[in-house]
Every structure is written in C-alpha cells, then in structure tokens.
Ligand binder design. Structure first.
Ligand code: SF4
Length: 329
C-alpha cells in the first residue's frame, strides 16, 4: 500500500494542491512534492516529452522524473472537468498516458479521472476511487474529502485576499507570510495567464518578482472568485471549450472594468493551442472595450526565452505606462 505519494509541482498544482495534500494526509499518506523548477528539470522534461508539447507539459515530465525514486506512487489524475461546463485542454486529458509512454520505469501512476460534470460533489467520486485503491473505507474517504474541501476553501479565501499561490500555501502550513500590500499611487497591472505559467518562477522568468521590483501593484486571475470569472467569460460571443482559457478571459473582462488598472500583461506559452486564440481575443477585446485606453502586452515563454529580453520589455512597458499616466494628468 502506498505510504508516500508523489505530486509534481506543475500544472494543476497551483489550483488544487491544498485539497489533495489535506485529503492524502487525512488518510495517513505522506505527499512528496518535486522541488522548484530548475534548468535541469526543464531540460530533462524537454528531452523526454513529445517534441511538440507546450512548455508546461514538458516541465511536468521533468518534475515527474525528480520523484521517480522517492515515492511509492505518483498521483497524475486525468483532469477532465471540475464543473459542468468547461473541459481541460486535451493535454491534461491525456497527461497520464503521455507520461507513461514517455517515461519508462516510473513507480505506479495513480491516474483516476477527475470529472465533476455529473454531480454536485466535485472531487468526491475521485476520492472514493482513491480510497478503494488505497484500501481505505468510504467513511475514511468522506472524512478526508471534507478535510480537502475545507483546505481548498481556506486556500481560495487567501488567494482572493491577494496572497499569491505559494504564499497562500505557506500560510496554510502555518508559516509567517507578509499580508498582501498595495502601494498607493503605484501602477496597477493585471498579470494574467494559466497559473502554472505565471507562478512557476523559472519558466515565467519570475515576471511577478520583476514587476514587484519595478514597484508595480500586481493583480491576478486567482484574486477573483472563479464563478465570477466564468460568468464574465459569457461576454464572449461563444465561450471557449477549455477550462483555464475561460478563466483567463473572464479575468481580462473583470480588470477592464476596474478603473485603477493601468495595463494588462498576458503570459502565454509557446506551443499552446488554446492560448493562440486566448491571446488574440484578449488583445482585440481589450482594445475594443477600453477604446484603446488600456495598454496590453503579451509575453510568450519557451525554453529559449531570455531573461534580459523579458526584463527590457517589462521595463519599457512600465515606462510607457508612467508616461501615459503623466500625459493624462
Ligand atoms: S492549455 Fe496550453 S499551456 Fe496548458 S497544457 Fe494545454 S496546451 Fe499546454
């Protein structure tokens, strides 16, 4: 029976890890996470994953490899739906198969499906299946599920209060974390994108850290209630099919309505099919709905993206926003 389960710190880690950590812990199982992304982890993932995969998927492979000899099993659920309406991108749907095919000699992969489209209890069917697999009773599974939900709600509350995901997780662990602070008079920038791109410091080239050094107040998609984001994505003539894509566009529409927002940055992954659409729709709709008043910048990330290039682009964008503010006075 597995007593150490591996959880790669990539993809849905930033959205759902607190739930799964609490769930497994309540069942007496230790969760082992992969370390922070490094060049070696990304290089290993890029070498082993299928060549045309997007960078977050390649990175996920690298994180799985770091867990290979440390755990009894690796948790790679097949993420299909976490609500009744939208579906995860095909790469999430095929993730356990892709990993199995590309990385031989792994410990067993726990690949139960997450499909919350048919019931009101979200992850419960998956939790029930996990309990069967791990030799736990339904009663134990239900109690662990409730524990997971409790942690997930606490996590969401922290995110919506302005904590970034890693800070919110640290706070849930009981660590001391500075409360989110905004500097009055500073520029306000919405930094939007899939959480596994925006918050992985290595592949995002620490865009958030760089902007903070430039004294900018950061606003992200996770700071808004997901149900509200989904409602806002109804501004599209037809909602997109993919889960995270609707949330990102919903966040763009939300921040467009906020008077304090000076600009919007979209962090996008090279090789991401859904993002090819999201990025263009975002650019056109920001221009249309703000009547050209909110500047927009798209930052595409791949393995070759250079730190200096990103820094220069961010600095130029911030300079332009300062000039625009001065011009509006
Ligand atoms: S949405 Fe895009 S970046 Fe995310 S896994 Fe799918 S293809 Fe990759």
């Amino acid at each position: 029976m597995a007593s150490h389960i591996g959880f790669p710190t990539a993809l849905f880690y930033y959205s759902h890890y607190p739930f799964w950590l609490a769930f497994f812990n309540r069942l007496g199982i230790e969760v082992v996470t992969s370390p922070k992304t490094t060049k070696a982890i990304l290089d290993d993932g890029s070498r082993e994953a299928v060549a045309d995969a997007c960078i977050p998927i390649k990175l996920y492979h690298g994180h799985v490899l770091t867990l290979k000899d440390k755990v009894d099993a690796i948790f790679i659920p097949r993420m299909v739906k976490i609500n009744r309406r939208t579906t995860f991108c095909p790469k999430f749907l095929g993730l356990p198969d892709m990993v199995r095919a590309s990385l031989p000699h792994l410990p067993p992969i726990i690949d139960l499906q997450v499909d919350a489209s048919r019931g009101l209890l979200g992850f419960w069917p998956t939790c029930r299946g996990l309990a069967d697999l791990l030799g736990r009773t339904r009663r134990e599974a239900w109690s662990a599920y409730l524990e997971g939900r409790h942690h997930h709600h606490a996590y969401q509350k922290l995110l919506q209060a302005g904590y970034l995901p890693l800070q919110a997780m640290a706070k849930l662990r009981g660590e001391t974390v500075d409360a989110p602070a905004r500097t009055p008079g500073s520029l306000n920038l919405a930094v939007l994108g899939y959480p596994y791109q925006v918050y992985d410091q290595y592949i995002s080239l620490d865009i958030i850290g760089k902007l903070k050094k430039l004294q900018v107040n950061i606003w992200t998609m996770e700071m808004i209630n997901p149900a509200r984001l989904y409602r806002l994505s109804g501004r599209l003539p037809k909602r997109l099919f993919w889960h995270y894509s609707n949330l990102v566009l919903g966040a763009a529409y939300y921040y467009l309505r906020q008077e304090n927002i000076d600009g919007i940055i979209h962090v996008t992954a090279f090789g991401c099919g859904p993002d090819a659409m999201v990025d263009k729709i975002m650019e056109l709709d920001i221009r249309k709905f703000s009547r050209g008043q909110i500047p927009f910048m798209s930052v595409s990330i791949d393995e070759q993206t250079g730190d200096a290039g990103i820094t220069t682009r961010l600095e130029a964008f911030i300079d332009m926003l300062h000039q625009k503010r001065r011009g509006n006075r």
